[in-house]
Design a protein around this ligand. Structure first.
Ligand code: NI
Length: 184
């Protein structure tokens, strides 16, 4: 397998690139994408068999089950980061070891319905929050301890809209390659 293929498998929709200017339209699109993710994901995976759920999305990658649980873990963190930044001044957030988290039993082998429900509720609350945030709220920020990077809530919204689509594409492309769903 050449490097290009591995890159395409790992980043099927490319990396997140923050637009120079985030217009209200772009922000509204990101929020709509966050709103759609849990339902789209459930539609995609709810008919999968146990062995399909335990298939890695690429050689050496996470299984479909791990990807679904990772989305719940990750977006739960993101929701908390929004709340921290809205209530504290530039707080330093806590990173977590997502690779090790993905090996814990609630991620490695638990029914995906737990995380589909978790993700659905977290996104309902997150979207409610985002839809009522002002421009000033979106300019608030937190500090990520890795590289001490300052991340605005505007960027965080875009990043997690991308992150949902990124992992959705992992599962969708796998299902198309395997013939579980029709290819486009
Ligand atoms: Ni991820």
């Amino acid at each position: 397998m050449n490097a290009d293929t591995l890159e395409t498998l790992r980043y099927p929709i490319g990396h997140f690139v923050k637009p120079e200017v985030v217009t209200e339209l772009i922000l509204a699109d990101w929020i709509a994408e966050l709103e759609a993710l849990p339902v789209d994901l459930e539609d995609l995976v709810s008919g999968f068999t146990k062995s399909q759920l335990d298939t890695p999305y690429r050689e050496g990658g996470w299984t479909v089950r791990q990807v679904v649980h990772h989305l719940a873990d990750s977006h739960h963190h993101s929701y908390t980061r929004f709340k921290w930044a809205l209530t504290e001044n530039s707080p330093v957030i806590k990173a977590y070891d997502e690779k090790k988290w993905a090996e814990l039993p609630d991620t490695k082998s638990a029914p995906i319905d737990l995380s589909l429900q978790h993700l659905k509720i977290v996104h309902l609350k997150l979207v409610k929050l985002l839809r009522e945030m002002s421009k000033e709220d979106f300019n608030r920020d937190f500090i990520h301890p890795v590289g001490e990077r300052r991340i605005t809530l505007e960027e965080n919204a875009g990043h997690y809209a991308w992150h949902g689509k990124h992992h959705f594409a992992h599962i969708e492309r796998l299902a198309q390659r395997e013939g579980w769903i029709p290819a486009l």
